[in-house]
Design a protein around this ligand. Sequence first.
Ligand SMILES: Nc1ncnc2c1ncn2[C@@H]1O[C@H](COP(=O)(O)OP(=O)(O)O)[C@@H](O)[C@H]1O
Ligand SMILES: [Mg+2]
Length: 507
Amino acid sequence: MADDLVLEMRDIRKEFPGVVANDKVSFDVRRGEVHALLGENGAGKSTLMNILYGLYRPDGGEIRLNGKPVTFSSAREAIQAGIGMVHQHFMLIPVMTVAENIVLGTEPRKGILLDERVADRRVADMAKTFRFEVDPEALVQDISVGQQQRVEIMKVLYRNADILILDEPTAVLTPQEASDLFEILRTLRREGLSIIFISHKLNEVLEIADRITVLRRGKTIETVPHAGATEASLARAMVGRDVLLRVDKGAPEIGDVLLEVEDLHVLDDRGIEKVRGVSFEVRAGEIVGIAGVDGNGQTELIDALTGLQKIESGSVNIAGHRLSHTSAREALDAGIGHIPEDRQRRGLVLEFTIAENIALHDYAKPPDARWGWLFPARMVGRARRLIEDFDVRGGGPSTRAGALSGGNQQKLVAAREVDRDPKVLIAAQPTRGLDVGAIEYLHRRLVSERDEGRAILLVSLELEEILSLSDRIFVLFEGTFVGEHTGDVSEEQIGLEMLGGKKEAAA
Ligand SMILES: Nc1ncnc2c1ncn2[C@@H]1O[C@H](COP(=O)(O)OP(=O)(O)O)[C@@H](O)[C@H]1O
Ligand SMILES: [Mg+2]
């Protein structure tokens, strides 16, 4: 019903230099509900609430409070209209008491003096009613973070707010404090307050919220009631796949078999068989993805293909050359490029410069070196070209690799591996821990390397990454392939197989 809406925000837009923080965001709140605003870091949650609270001016859109259009040009105006906000960082004065902090700016006065007795009594009453369990006379500097947060909430209530905004309130709390906070929020809800609860944590949103609005990259994705929402459905809405799906990918132009693996068995360091008879091939011009839950043999498979781990039995052929598995150098020379799972341990020498890292595999070979001599000018020239080509930001050829951000370190590894012109490129967790920009870059790059005619083997724990990039997909479970699919298989089906579930019924 429309008449229990206390707040409506329609098509709110807010742009900062270079980023649209809110892109036509719509959001509404009912009386007596906890409405969660869920989204990843940078999704635009705080911006939307800062607009509501009068701290930012929106570039467009409309706010209605109890049906009437409003514009706030300061927090003071928002507070007067009944909106209160508790920020991620508290704004209390440590050397003042709880009661003083709460009444600050709204002091009941007796003549020109603050009427402390009245203030203390009102605060004590409120603390009791809502079971805040804080001593009004304690100094703020002496109470716990959880209690300080309650003081912030009381400050809002003291000003008669009927909409309470909490920006990531549990980020600073212990689990016990968080559950105490939830108790308080339930009490406030019973009293008819409307609460906007910002979070990026699925479990707590499901615990406390009556409705959930998901923001992603500045846009409203959906508003759903608590009933029917699951961690999986919320996660999908939150992370989305449009970031990944935006990889522009034409149909593969498939060529010769460049990687051929037959009945491969590999043991781990403790002698336990981790790859138990795996066979597949990857051809020029295609991306083959290997999906699976961590620990099902991915690491051992990659190590065997790249010569880092002996094989127990079976064979690996690279462009017709059968690996004897005597060294990692053999795999490199046969035409394997490897973007490793652990870029800091295996991909780069962090103390070395960018130029030195790029020359790492080839230090003993022309053109960087001849008869054991390095040609620094060539190394630097090559580094400069690759920095440009792979958009490595944050330094030049003589910058230490360790000084780069994770995303730029990964671009550096990719640059070096691709520059060696490998026939087969193995990308293991290529975007783990990277920001969206670096992910997009690496994804596009993998597709363009595919289109150049390389055979790409992508091993990833990120199902969405596998689904958005792969032309064919294998599912690895306990060391064997339990499924083989074309790229248009459903997420649910792969997810099921990854967990050892059933295969889809033959259609
Ligand atoms: N004052 C600001 N100036 C410039 N950019 C900002 C400002 N506030 C937020 N942003 C940008 O707007 C986007 C949304 O940020 P924010 O609303 O803080 O997200 P969230 O609270 O969901 O983590 C981010 O890209 C952030 O960097
Ligand atoms: Mg925020």
